[in-house]
Design a protein around this ligand. Structure first.
Ligand code: NAD
Length: 484
């Protein structure tokens, strides 16, 4: 095999990984099949990991089950100390993690460092504190209501934030006293290998965390359908989420689902338009548009519409595509050729549906190598059209005009999704009133920052349950009522 990435791009031992991590050890898989890992900026092969099988899943789930009694009986202080050591081991690898994410996902190095690695480190640090607190108990009449860890968790994660999506599951699962089998995305598995190097260094008890790489249809299905998995915690597309629910249904296993989105950014007529557009475009294009919470529909009042389109075109022109390791790059490639092709299909469909191209489009120049798609903006997008309804998961923004607040709210809520959103207004009470009317799991007013302790998750087909903070921790617990 010819591994093309120059050694300086990836930590050296990472490129050829041949093992699973089960029961506290690096251990060979049952089968010799391999999955190729590609650098989407160049299309070159950069690594290989095992293509796990159901037999590997059986072994990993058994290890997690064996570890559960001890880990669930550990004191909050003991679990917190383990998480603290994991935080230290990961922090020591922060640069390697960022470089790995820049290589296997194509995220610009600055984004990879600050968001892709910075955010999960914050989440883990928060869970060091959350784990240290005794589980919440309450008295209701003659009942003592206690929380207990749910058991063995099957965690299945996507490629778009390869460390954060994993951490949003592992940290609360471990803090609650659960044990875990992780199946990371087959497109970005190398990040998970670095995480398990840190797990090894932190000397977590054997079997508490287990890693089985592989494809969704093989390892994902085996994990979601496994009779000894108590909770399937999944992040990914709505279609796969529905499949996971069906697999879990036969044994009434719990599911937590973080799925797709088509979030609305509502810009009211009295908003600071320049800021609203700048932040709104940045949000839609973050991570090349491969962000589930991206505000991909920008709703602008008629009175400010032309001005907004002008500002949007200006903002988009400032986004340079290129090598993630070049400090001038603001947008990397899409994760794969298939993803780029899907996004180009959405652009072609929007053109056919009569949307007006304001920036980018099929003819816009992009680097010749790699899976790049130019940031693209359409105006006059009909709220019922495919572009306004379907998740693109690429750098494509739909701009939609509205006449009054009621119409803006109706357009924003005209979606099968309900994950995130935004409202901009000089009158924060008016913005809050609109935020309350949006059928969505999160709303940011005037660009307020992301809060990693607030509950994260969706209404409608954006998911079931919440991640992060105390509400995320609760997903990994059962409730027991003890009458006295
Ligand atoms: P995906 O659903 O294709 O894959 C996600 C994970 O599920 C991968 O690990 C994959 O191998 C696995 N999988 C695929 N088929 C499976 C099956 N039949 N059974 C079990 N597992 C299976 O999604 P993706 O392309 O990796 O990620 C993009 C999607 O994820 C987008 O729709 C995006 O909105 C969503 N997403 C949601 C959130 C959120 O928090 N709500 C966050 C990030 C991404």
């Amino acid at each position: 095999m010819d591994l093309a990435a120059p050694p300086s791009l990836l930590p050296d031992p990472l490129r050829l990984r041949r093992h699973l991590h089960v029961g506290g050890e690096w251990t060979p898989p049952a089968d010799t099949g391999l999955i190729d890992v590609e650098n989407p900026s160049t299309g070159e092969l950069i690594g290989q990991v095992p293509a796990g099988t159901p037999a590997d899943v059986d072994r990993a789930v058994a290890a997690a089950r064996t570890a559960f009694p001890g880990w669930s009986a550990a004191t909050p202080a003991e679990r917190s100390a383990h998480l603290d050591r994991l935080h230290a081991a990961l922090t020591a690898r922060a640069d390697d993690l960022a470089r790995t994410i820049a290589v296997e996902l194509g995220a610009p190095l600055k984004l990879a460092t600050r968001v892709q690695v910075g955010l999960p480190l914050t989440v883990l640090r928060d869970h060091v504190a959350l784990a240290a607190r005794a589980p919440v108990e309450e008295s209701i009449g003659n009942s003592l209501v206690v929380r207990e860890p749910i058991g063995v968790v099957g965690a299945i994660t996507p490629w778009n934030y390869p460390l954060h999506q994993v951490m949003a599951k592992l940290a609360p699962a471990l803090a609650a006293g659960c044990t875990v089998v992780l199946k990371p995305s087959e497109l970005t598995p190398l990040t998970a290998y670095l995480l398990f190097d840190a797990v090894t260094e932190a000397a977590l008890p054997p079997g508490v965390l287990n890693l089985v790489p592989g494809t969704g249809p093989v390892v994902g299905e085996a994990l979601a359908g496994h009779p000894d998995v108590d909770l399937v915690s999944f992040t990914g597309s709505t279609a796969t989420g529905a499949r996971i629910m069906r697999l879990a249904a036969d044994r009434i296993a719990r599911v937590a689902l973080e799925l797709g989105g088509k979030s609305a950014n509502v810009i009211l007529p009295d908003a600071d338009l320049a800021t609203a557009v700048k932040v709104g475009v940045g949000n839609a294009l973050l991570n090349s548009g491969q962000t589930c919470t991206a505000w991909t529909r920008m709703l602008v009042h008629n009175d400010r519409y032309d001005e907004a389109l002008h500002l949007i075109a200006e903002a988009v022109a400032g986004y340079r595509l290129g090598d993630p390791f070049d400090s001038g790059t603001r947008l990397g490639p899409l994760v794969s050729a298939a993803q780029a092709e899907r996004v180009r299909g959405h652009i072609a469909r929007a053109l056919a549906d009569g949307a007006r191209l304001v920036a980018g489009g099929p003819e816009a120049p992009v680097p010749t190598r790699g899976h790049f798609v130019a940031p693209t903006v359409f105006a006059d997008v009909h709220p019922d059209s495919a572009l306004a309804q379907q998740e693109v998961f690429g750098p494509v923004l739909a701009v939609i005009p509205f006449a009054d607040t009621d119409e803006a709210v109706a357009i924003a809520n005209n979606s099968k999704y309900g994950l995130a959103g935004a409202v901009w207004s000089a009158d924060t009470d008016a913005a809050l009133a609109v935020a309350r009317r949006l059928r969505t799991g999160a709303v940011d007013i005037n660009g307020a920052p992301f809060n990693p302790l607030a509950p994260f998750g969706g209404y409608k087909q954006s998911g079931l349950g919440r991640e992060l903070g105390v509400h995320g921790l609760a997903e990994f617990c059962e409730l027991k009522a003890i009458q006295r």
